[in-house]
Design a protein around this ligand. Structure first.
Ligand SMILES: [Zn+2]
Length: 657
């Protein structure tokens, strides 16, 4: 999922004349928000039955993943009440070496049922810029449960956690290692008004985290344990791979964008139709529905074949849809070339209407993502493109490499954010990420400016961060800066090779942070392996950063004295440069980045000292303290710095990245 501006995560939403729009656009986006308001559009009319996908599933013959959790779901959507009646048959396989006597299921939608759920207590009722609307809560009820075709055992199921976001079904007979079970469930969902990635806004609905979803068992053979945490505010998801065969009965007036490929479309002649989708070797299934959707599409070919890319959007977002399409195609091309080829045949990008973008935009599911960034902010640079590249990139860093987003959120978010920079460079070359109000920033500068430098480790469960801003700082930004630092020390080729190796080794499995660290250490080579070990420990496990400073810079007639120090707890060898009044310069290239360094210069005309002039240490919280300027330049430099800082904060505040 994408991240919003620091300080902007808990901003309230505005409700204006019955439809709402993001608060941060309130001053500038009146035109678009008004146009998207429900009630000002023509009444929905029947839409043509969608064409069944011509592209066959690529791995119907040979499964690519272990296919542990396989779902067949029949669901009916009521577009007026925003409810879903579903029936689900799950086939689950015990891939562990110990017997299983209970099955826990996530009921994520119950996070939106009341003010006292774990999610609502932790988030204070808001997620990113969207606040829960308590006149439209969301919930899920499971009405019946049958194990292997037996009697209804719903009465035996319990809610073991603090709220109703986990339902546990005890089994009369344990499932032995290698055994399988089928679980039939009927359930009813009330979508909330859009909040935290899911729900409805006017006629539009984004349907994510909507069905009972079994937890994941991992651990040493014979000692496996379930991972099925209640739904926390600062965490995303973790699930096993499988096949999803999902039939959606929907109004004929509505267009559906869903995971996977469309296998079948049947009109019932009563104003409804059933669309049957199949998604293979994925760990989630999501869909969006809207009566005004249209789409643009294109194709990108990887070494595994063509991938059809579609962007679903409303008519007034056509210009943005073209930008999202180019970004999605470019991202699939870049990630396929850098890591492992995109394994599926479709990629669906949902561009939610602006009034639903804060709540539902910027989220990833395998083969389907939601994007955002349309509107005035799009003119500031590559803003819509960032969101799309980020979410499509997640199809690798969590879609294919299904790490645990609850325990190790940095492993997908931060690694993804780092690789987004590589993809954006491949797609857009040297085009600045932000180019507005006289400020031009590349993606790396933008990443550094987002850091909050809060004192928390990167490698820790996401629900341990006290605030969303701390979670975002560690999980997204400092992880990306740490990887940028490794890139500059080891060389980009080695870091990319390590990530590609990690991707090949762990595709369609559940890697951990230690697996990534091992790949980095392997590719660092003998000369840098010890450095990588120390860096990983300091930066990821202890949450440290460098703090590079020119602490003293003074000159007399014929001499200058300089003191350079690192007041942080991450040491990276780097250079120091000294500029003289006549335009010449000299460098010290063997500083270890750790010990305090006293430099005595045998001339008195030094005007500027820079620590790390090559920008090697991206994970450095010091900012302007890295340089010191003497003489007339000083005031001008300070003024220029203040100006850049002011505009940067302004731009970031509007962009909300
Ligand atoms: Zn993300």
């Amino acid at each position: 999922m994408g991240r919003r501006a620091r300080g902007g995560m808990d901003r309230a939403r505005m409700t204006i004349g019955g439809c709402r729009r993001p608060a941060r656009w309130a001053a500038v986006a009146a035109g678009i928000a008004a146009a998207s308001c429900h009630g000002e559009r023509p009444a929905p009319s029947p839409r043509p039955l969608p064409a069944v996908d011509a592209l066959p599933s690529r791995h119907r013959v040979e499964p690519e993943s272990p296919r542990i959790a396989n779902y067949r779901i029949d669901a009916r959507y009521d577009a007026v009440a925003h409810t879903i009646d579903g029936r689900m048959d799950l086939t689950w396989r015990n891939a562990g070496a110990s017997p299983v006597d209970r099955l826990p299921f996530h009921l994520y939608m119950n996070a939106f049922a009341a003010r006292d759920t774990v999610f609502m207590r932790e988030s204070h009722g808001a997620h990113r810029d969207a606040r829960a609307d308590w006149s439209h809560p969301g919930w899920i009820e499971v009405d019946a449960i049958a194990i292997d075709g037996g009697d209804d055992v719903r009465d035996r199921a319990v809610f073991p956690a603090e709220d109703r976001t986990v339902l546990e079904v005890p089994l009369a007979a344990a499932i032995p290692p290698g055994g399988a079970v089928t679980v039939a469930m009927s359930f009813r969902v009330q979508l909330p008004r859009a909040v935290a990635r899911t729900g409805f806004e006017g006629d539009f609905a984004m349907v994510g985290q909507w069905f009972p979803k079994i937890g994941v068992r991992t651990g040493p053979p014979g000692d496996e344990r379930w991972h099925c945490e209640p739904f926390h505010a600062n965490s995303e998801f973790f699930a096993d791979f499988g096949v999803y065969d999902v039939s959606l009965r929907v109004p004929a007036t509505h267009v559906v964008a869903a995971s996977g490929v469309l296998l079948d479309a049947v009109d019932h002649g009563d104003g409804t139709r059933t669309l049957r989708y199949r998604a293979e070797d994925v760990h989630d299934f999501a869909w969006a529905i809207d009566p005004y959707f249209e789409f643009v599409e294109g194709t990108v070919t990887t070494e595994r074949g063509p991938v059809r890319v579609r962007v679903y959007h409303r008519p007034d977002q056509r210009a943005f849809a073209q930008r999202h399409l180019r970004a999605a195609i470019g991202a699939i091309d870049a990630y396929s070339a850098l890591f492992v080829p995109y394994p599926w045949t479709t990629m669906t990008v949902v561009d939610p209407p602006p009034d639903a973008a804060d709540a539902t935009g910027g989220m990833e599911y395998p083969t389907l993502v939601t994007t955002a960034g349309d509107g005035p902010a799009a003119d500031l640079g590559l803003v819509p493109e960032f969101v799309t590249v980020h979410e499509v990139g997640h199809n690798w860093f969590q879609g294919i490499l299904a790490s645990n987003e609850v325990d190790e959120a940095w492993l997908d978010e931060g690694v993804n954010q780092y690789t987004n920079g590589l993809a954006i460079e491949r797609i857009y070359g040297s085009r600045p990420a932000i180019d507005a109000f006289g400020v031009r920033l590349n993606y790396r500068q933008l990443t550094w400016l987002q850091a909050g430098w809060f004192p928390a480790p990167i490698a820790q469960p996401s629900y341990r961060y006290p605030l969303a801003s701390w979670y975002g700082d560690a999980t997204y930004v400092r992880t990306a800066l740490a990887l940028q630092t490794l890139e500059r020390v080891l060389g980009r080729d080695r870091v990319v090779a390590a990530l590609a190796d990690y991707a090949r080794e762990w595709a369609f499995r559940h890697p951990t942070g230690d697996d990534l660290f091992a790949a980095l250490e392997r590719h660092a080579g003998p000369d840098h392996a010890a450095f990588v070990r120390e860096f990983v420990d300091a930066a990821f496990r202890r949450g440290g950063a460098a703090d590079l400073r020119v602490e003293h810079f003074a000159c007399e007639r014929d001499t200058c004295d300089v003191v350079v120090a690192n007041r942080g707890d991450v040491a990276v060898p780097c250079s120091i440069s000294i500029e003289f009044a006549d335009g010449t310069s000299s460098r010290v290239d063997d500083w270890d980045g750790r010990s305090t360094l006293d430099l005595h210069i045998d001339r008195g005309d030094a005007v500027r000292v820079d620590v790390d002039p090559d920008g090697r240490v991206a994970l450095d919280r010091s900012g302007p303290a890295r340089s010191k300027t003497r003489g007339a330049d000083r005031a001008a430099a300070r003024a220029a710095g203040a100006r850049a800082q002011f505009w940067t904060q302004t731009v970031l505040g509007v962009v909300g990245l």
